[in-house]
Ligand binder design. Structure first.
Ligand code: MIG
Length: 629
């Protein structure tokens, strides 16, 4: 059952598609203060799930989180916000319910941080709809919530193939070289991503003539080899006269405005730039149709970046910073003054001051950005989705985004942004997956091998062994880091076997995905959701159920060649070793399972269909399977 309590929401976020009548009075479960702080007292056993893309465990208890879409390059456990704002939690103790706080303003979720027994949820402004969801089971709560927010985005089968990305493939020879190395090594691949390097001066919807002289030719050639090119699109548009996207948008007043009605100018990759006002339907459609420049070249997939929106600085604050830094000149810089001087520029990035200095024109009126900040990436994804649905027949396109708000799950997937080549980030990714599914985000994955920092052979092997189960399976890394393609570490056999296993598993994984989307179920679930009466299962933070009948328990520590695995019932252990599959029956309970580097081990409750190996999804035969058990 769902009850809605309405506290002067000032904009319809569009997150909820099945309307729920307002129930007046005090909400169930929470007490509410006059300034809008929602409190709940936890007993010792209470666990808290949800919040989508966030740091820390599957059980969110014991930390403070902020919903405020942030370009956060260090996903360490002391952080409060990442790129998404996913305001749905499930509280599971002597009382059990879900709560969705529908508001685009910043929200703080103090889940037993200030006071270890108290959940306190505080919006920056007391303007929101609260939905309280009750059902008999945890899965039931998710099912009701998901039905209310609408069907999750489903890309075509090819998007479930393996993809290689890297910031720093600077020209079409780099792209061709990556394709060659994969295919020569016999490693399956379906997608190669183009990062901002393909653009002319980082301008959206342009292609560098010098470095990518024939993108159409490259795209066709790759297409014949079963590979699709997936370019990036950034939120901000370079401010440059003569650049048609800027000229048109500026002429029509399509960019976000400052308090004087002038375009608000920010610095990001292209230098001085402006922000499309996606909240205005006309702008949304205009920007979306710009993707045609690339779909006309045969492109069928995009990733939308920098749409928190990330700001390096604003023109105005940059000018102030230059003035301020002059005041330091000639002074003896003691420790404090030195750090003060250093901060003058670093504090410019993503500042609250800037977010409070520009405006959107929406059908509900004019809003200062900070009041609707969490919807910006969502609106960009919606814009792209609506246009691509027109531009590409049969919805045969891939789309995912960095920033998101609940509702965006209907329009695209998300990737979890700039993680690191750290072992801890395999576990972090695993823990994010079910939380994202609860919030509707089903087509999800993290940068395999880690974005920042330098990857090692063993890290990539272990990361792939987990990520072969994630719907979005993409290896991506930052410019300047060590190469981490599946061919970058000398030997390729071990990588070939793991990525091949992904394709062999696609009959199961793809149909599980579709089934979960069709039925408002989670593709990834904590064990607690399937084994509600099992107190041990409820504690497990590093294993997941995948689809109806698989359980995974990946290795995420360096130099470990075994780990403890909890089986909540007896299952078949399935082992892929050097491409060969073997199985073994294991009983309910704890097991110490050996997983030498290169083996992939997981567990099945039912006979598992496996396809024949294929080099890409167009070669893959989904219905030509053998069953292993
Ligand atoms: O400020 O386009 O998260 O995946 O490679 C960095 C360059 C901008 C951030 C994305 C990352 C991408 C990078 N972008």
């Amino acid at each position: 059952m769902i009850k809605r309590y309405s506290y002067s929401p000032f904009i319809d976020t569009g997150a909820v598609v099945t309307k729920v009548d307002i129930t007046c009075g005090k909400p169930d479960f929470f007490s509410v203060s006059e300034d809008g702080v929602f409190s709940f007292v936890m007993d010792d056993k209470t666990r808290v799930y949800g919040l989508g893309e966030a740091v820390r465990g599957i059980n969110k208890r014991g930390w403070i989180y902020e919903s405020f879409c942030t370009d956060e390059p260090f996903h360490t456990e002391d952080k409060r916000s990442l790129y998404g704002a996913h305001n749905f939690i499930i509280i599971d103790g002597k009382e059990r319910f879900g709560a969705f706080f529908d508001t685009p303003v910043r929200l703080t979720f103090d889940i037993g941080y200030t006071d270890s027994d108290i959940i306190s949820i505080k919006p920056d402004k007391f303007c929101l709809d609260l939905y309280i969801i009750t059902a008999d089971t945890l899965k039931g709560i998710v099912g009701e919530f998901r039905a209310m927010i609408g069907r999750s985005y489903t890309p075509p089968l090819w998007a479930f193939g393996y993809g290689q990305s890297r910031w720093g493939y600077v020209n079409q020879d780099d792209i061709r070289a990556a394709a060659n190395r994969y295919q020569e090594a016999g490693i399956p691949i379906d997608m190669i991503y183009l990062d901002i390097d393909y653009m002319e001066d980082f301008k959206d919807f342009t292609v560098s003539k010098e470095r990518f002289p024939d993108l159409k030719g490259l795209s066709d050639e790759m297409g014949e080899r079963g590979i699709r090119l997936i370019p990036i699109i950034d939120a901000a548009v370079k401010k440059q006269e003569g650049y048609s996207v800027y000229d048109e948008g500026h002429g029509k007043g399509y960019f976000c405005k400052d308090e004087n009605g002038e375009d608000f100018v920010v610095g990001v990759w292209p230098g001085m730039s402006v922000l499309p006002d996606f909240f205005n339907d006309e702008v949304s459609r205009w920007f979306g149709m710009k993707y045609k420049a690339l779909t006309d070249l045969g492109i069928q997939g995009f990733w939308n970046d920098m749409n928190e929106p990330a700001l390096f600085y604003s023109e105005k604050e940059l000018n102030n910073a230059f003035k301020e830094i002059k005041t330091y000149e000639g002074k003896t810089l003691g420790a404090l003054t030195f750090f003060g001087a250093r901060e003058v520029f670093t504090r410019l990035a993503n500042s609250d001051k800037d977010y409070g200095s520009f405006y959107h024109n929406t059908p509900d009126g004019r809003f200062v950005h900070s009041d609707v900040h969490n919807m910006y990436g969502y609106m960009m994804t919606k814009s792209a989705h609506e246009a691509l649905s027109e531009l590409i027949p049969d919805n045969d396109f891939l789309l995912f985004s960095r920033a998101s708000y609940i509702g965006a799950h209907r329009y695209g997937g998300i990737w979890t942004g700039d993680n690191h080549s750290w072992w801890a980030h395999i576990l972090q990714s695993l823990q994010q997956m079910p939380a994202l599914n609860m919030c509707g985000f089903m087509f999800v994955g993290s940068d395999i091998g880690g974005f920042n920092g330098s990857c090692t052979r063993d890290l990539l092997i272990r990361w792939l062994s987990f990520a072969l189960f994630t719907p979005l399976m993409r290896n991506h890394s930052a410019v300047g880091t060590r190469s981490q393609e599946a061919y970058a570490f000398g030997d390729t056999e071990v990588f070939r076997h793991i990525i091949e296993l992904r394709y062999r598993l696609l009959p199961y994984l793809y149909s599980s995905y579709i089934h979960a989307v069709d039925n408002n179920e989670m593709y990834f679930r904590p064990l607690a959701f399937d084994y509600e009466d099992d107190d041990v299962a409820a504690q497990v933070e590093d294993q997941l159920m995948v689809g109806d009948s698989l359980m995974i328990a990946p290795i995420y520590t360096q130099n470990a060649d075994a780990r403890h695995v909890y089986l909540p019932e007896s299952m078949r252990q399935i082992r892929m070793s050097k491409g060969e599959i073997s199985t073994e029956e294991l009983n309910k309970g704890w097991h110490y399972v050996s997983v030498p580097l290169g083996d992939v081990v997981f567990f099945s409750k039912k006979p598992l269909p496996l396809a024949k190996p294929a080099m890409n999804t167009s070669e893959l035969k989904l219905d030509d399977v053998e069953y292993v058990f």
